[in-house]
Design a protein around this ligand. Structure first.
Ligand code: DAH
Length: 344
């Protein structure tokens, strides 16, 4: 005699054990196959008492339909499981994908190192905008209107709206020196800041020129800053940054925003001053400009006349990195060639 309740109980147990395509097929054959349980149920219909036949038939049909629905449902479940794991299992024996760890760009490293040297000496890092006013970039720095660097051949002007020539035009800063003006307009001495950043000049690109490069500016203002402070400060920096053995010299120079002004040379650390291809047989390498802040600059920044003195300096980061690491072409910095960058 067929016991539907028992069959359903068994179905429940068997279905719970189905966990992949193969076991589902075994289940299907057991219940819906040619010699399966459902077939057996239908075959036994003839031996059922005539009065019970309708209800038996109903139960048999329900059983068959339920089984079909269960198989359909299970097929979907296995499929979705399979796409996650069984068909697509992670093979832990495969070699992994090697992820290289990146590093800061050599120019970034150089900027960090230079700034850190000055931070140890009490300077604070400040940054200014790359789009500057003509006033901050030139006028306030005592660079006169007729100075060739103000020409559009030497500076990228981005917006010329001021025809009165008061310096309100906008440009891509051609030096980090305008940061001096911003710092002084917003702070009272004593102050000591170091200002790194990108600068732009419409130069044709070659081994030593680029339309964009990096500079670091320094400014220290107080009531009694002397030229000897400037020399002492830069000597300490050069010895820390390049080597304890290098010699440093100040060469008189002219910058509109400092008076007196000097260019700083270090003895060539490659030939130790004897003369080689890096120093152009001179034995000295020019590394930065510097001087005592010009009174006109204090005036433009809004400081009271004669109250403060200050020192300033500015250096090109690419040039310093090229000297330090013996790099002979500025374009290498910007090409993103890992063979070059990985060396630093
Ligand atoms: N701004 C100068 C340049 O771009 C570099 C410089 C020279 C900055 C002397 C200074 C300085 O602060 O005192 O060539």
């Amino acid at each position: 005699m067929i016991n539907f309740a028992e069959i359903r109980k068994q179905i429940e147990i068997d279905l719970a054990a189905v966990n992949d395509k193969n076991s589902l097929e075994v289940f299907r054959i057991k219940y819906l196959g040619g010699k399966g349980v459902v077939k057996e149920v239908y075959s036994s219909l003839s031996s059922v008492a005539p009065g019970d036949k309708p209800s038996f038939g109903k139960e048999a049909n329900a059983l068959k339909n339920d089984l079909s629905a269960m198989i359909e449902q299970k097929t979907l479940e296995i499929k979705s499981l399979g796409s996650k794991s069984s068909d697509n299992q992670i093979d832990l024996t495969l070699p992994g994908v090697f992820q290289k760890v990146g590093r800061p760009h050599v120019l970034h490293q150089t900027i960090e190192e230079i700034c850190a040297s000055f931070e140890k000496l009490g300077f604070v890092v400040q940054e200014g905008p790359e789009i500057e006013t003509e006033f901050n970039n030139f006028t306030a720095l005592n660079i006169p209107a007729e100075h060739p660097s103000r020409d559009s051949f030497d500076t990228f002007y981005v917006q010329a709206e001021d025809t009165t020539n008061k310096g309100r035009n906008l440009l891509l800063r051609s030096q980090t020196s305008p940061g001096q003006i911003r710092v002084m307009q917003n702070n009272k001495p004593p102050l000591a800041v170091i200002i790194p950043g990108k600068v732009y000049r419409p130069d044709a690109v070659d081994a030593s020129h680029s339309f964009m490069f990096h500079q670091i500016e320094g400014l220290l203002v107080d009531v009694d800053v002397k030229f000897s402070d400037l020399k002492g400060l830069l000597t300490v920096f050069c010895q820390k940054f390049f080597s304890e053995e290098i010699k440093m010299r100040f060469r008189p120079h002219y910058f509109p925003f400092t008076e007196p002004s000097a260019e700083v040379d270090i003895s060539c650390y490659i030939c130790k001053g004897k003369g080689c291809s890096v120093c152009g047989k001179k034995g000295w390498l020019e590394i930065m400009g510097c001087g005592m802040v010009h009174p006109k600059v204090f005036e433009h920044a809004g400081y009271p006349k004669g109250k403060y003195t200050g020192l300033a300096f500015g250096m090109g980061v690419e040039r310093i990195a090229m000297l330090k690491y013996g790099i002979n072409d500025i374009r290498l910095f910007y090409e993103n060639d890992k063979r070059f960058l990985e060396q630093f």
